[in-house]
Design a protein around this ligand. Structure first.
Ligand code: GLN
Length: 471
């Protein structure tokens, strides 16, 4: 499996070319077809792009990501390619433009190799909710790779691309990274432009990278981060050089362990794996203290009220008239709307639209949506208070390792509980990374989450990079 450092060395030594790198990833995609990680593969375009980059390498004019091959969750627009969002309703919808993140990656000479499978409209924690079939965990195909960016996590794990872009609304980058055994970063809300990201819950959605190592994720973040005139919620905050700050220095770092995250729901093997890493931090000069995030119990409920409310409004645009699937056998316009949505959306998406419509409806708005907004503020304040005392928080990413396909598919509440350690970062708008942290007795990867202050991805990445370097 190749990190970008490795690929760059081989390129510099003349042992490989960008074209060869792309061919080898295409080979892995073909070999791993059964994993169902990709919804479209840009075979010719990727090779053409690689040939051009090879020329630039020869003339010394290549940009920083030359040699990196990126796959993209199918919720992010790539010009002239389909963007299905894992849904039948957008099955044949083609993007008219590149998302800002894609334009920036292309300008940095990364090759875009294809689009990854996902839970429909990014709703799910197992990538079983795709209209195009479930994604399989490479280590054990009877299991799920987490979700909703399961295709992206698998693409990186199975060597089908160097890195991948996913989206994280309540954990959809960090949780599949944890279950699959790769690194996944959710940046601060507003750090990365959402222009060209199909909206699920606009106040929570973030684009972020997956990689085999922290450094690769840092490199991609550096390229995609920063203000964008096309997204008014993207922040005018300078973007530091995330790679330079990976100095392995954790002396005097103040680490907080939120006690609410280490309760009974947590599997014992995951707790032990985390304890080991925390010990290493202590031995290397970090100070460790227990902190409290008192509103933790309300995160899941708050998330599922606010996210569904926003989704019900964002998904109203799929009505059969303007986008995607249209039922053509209906007697009138109103039936056309009903049938297009009934046939086009899968059951989880419909459940969320109904929930969201309910919490926003007259008579219930104050009891649910407005209350949810108030609780969100309290959750944000919890984090602000904790970050007065500590620089980072360390928590598990997921309460369990990768579960069997079908195990939670019939019980939405069980599935929603997969997100108990991740939704808080979205509600608070803070950055969070999941890194591999050993494996359980079945050999399944365990993930560990590092959370940081708003716009302090540099510290989050530094701590993650240090931990990654310790066995
Ligand atoms: N699993 C969560 C959900 O189903 C998070 C999804 C996401 O982050 N896109 O909503």
């Amino acid at each position: 499996m190749n990190t970008f450092d490795h690929l760059r060395q081989e390129l510099a030594a003349g042992k490989t070319s960008c074209e060869k790198i792309v061919r080898s990833y295409l080979g892995a995609i073909d070999k791993g077809k059964a994993l169902n990680a990709f919804l479209s593969v840009f075979r010719e375009k990727a090779q053409l792009q690689a040939a051009e980059i090879d020329k630039k390498i020869q003339t010394g004019t290549a940009a920083p990501l030359a040699g990196m091959v990126v796959s993209v969750k199918d919720v992010i627009c790539v010009k002239d390619e389909r963007v299905t969002c894992g849904s039948k309703i957008l099955e044949n919808f083609v993007s008219l433009y590149d998302a800002t993140v894609i334009a920036r990656l292309k300008a940095a000479d990364a090759v875009i190799i294809g689009k990854c499978n996902m839970d429909e409209f990014a709703m799910g924690s197992s990538t079983e909710n795709s209209a195009f079939g479930r994604v399989r965990l490479p280590q054990d195909e009877s299991r799920i790779p987490g979700g909703s960016s399961g295709g992206s996590a698998v693409a990186v794990k199975a060597g089908m691309s160097t890195t991948s872009l996913g989206s994280d609304t309540g954990g959809s980058i960090r949780q599949p990274a944890a279950l699959t055994g790769v690194v996944g970063l959710k940046p601060t809300y507003g750090r990365v432009s959402r222009y060209g990201l199909v909206a699920f819950a606009s106040s929570l959605d973030c684009i972020g990278p997956f990689g085999l190592c922290v450094k690769d994720v840092a490199r991609v973040l550096k390229v995609i981060a920063g203000h964008d005139v096309n997204d008014s919620t993207s922040a005018l905050v300078p973007v530091p050089d995330y790679v330079v700050s990976l100095n392995k220095d954790v002396k005097r770092l103040r680490v907080g362990l939120p006690k609410e995250y280490y309760g009974d729901a947590l599997n014992a093997e995951i707790r032990e794996a985390l304890d080991r890493k925390v010990d290493i931090l202590r031995k290397n000069g970090a100070t460790i203290q227990e902190v409290s995030l008192p509103s933790t119990d309300y995160c899941i409920a708050t998330y599922y009220i606010l996210a569904t409310a926003e989704a019900s409004s964002n998904l109203a645009r799929y009505d059969g008239a303007r986008y995607g699937y249209r039922a053509t056998d209906t007697p009138d316009l109103s039936e056309m709307y009903v049938e297009s949505r009934t046939r086009g959306f899968g059951s989880e998406v419909k459940r969320r639209i109904m929930l969201g419509t309910y919490v926003l409806s007259a008579g219930y708005y104050d009891a649910y949506y407005r209350k949810g907004q108030k609780v969100r503020r309290i959750i944000q304040d919890d984090f602000s208070n904790a970050f007065q005392k500590v620089d980072v928080l360390i928590t598990p990413t997921s309460p369990t390792t990768a579960f069997k396909a079908g195990e939670k598919a019939e019980d939405p509440l069980q599935m929603y509980l997969s997100d108990i350690y991740t939704t808080s970062a979205n509600l608070a708008g803070i950055p969070g990374i999941s890194i591999p942290c050993g494996s359980d007795s079945h050999g399944l990867p365990i993930g560990m989450q590092v959370l940081g202050k708003q716009f302090d991805e540099a510290t989050v990445l530094k701590v993650a990079d240090f931990l990654e370097s310790t066995a």
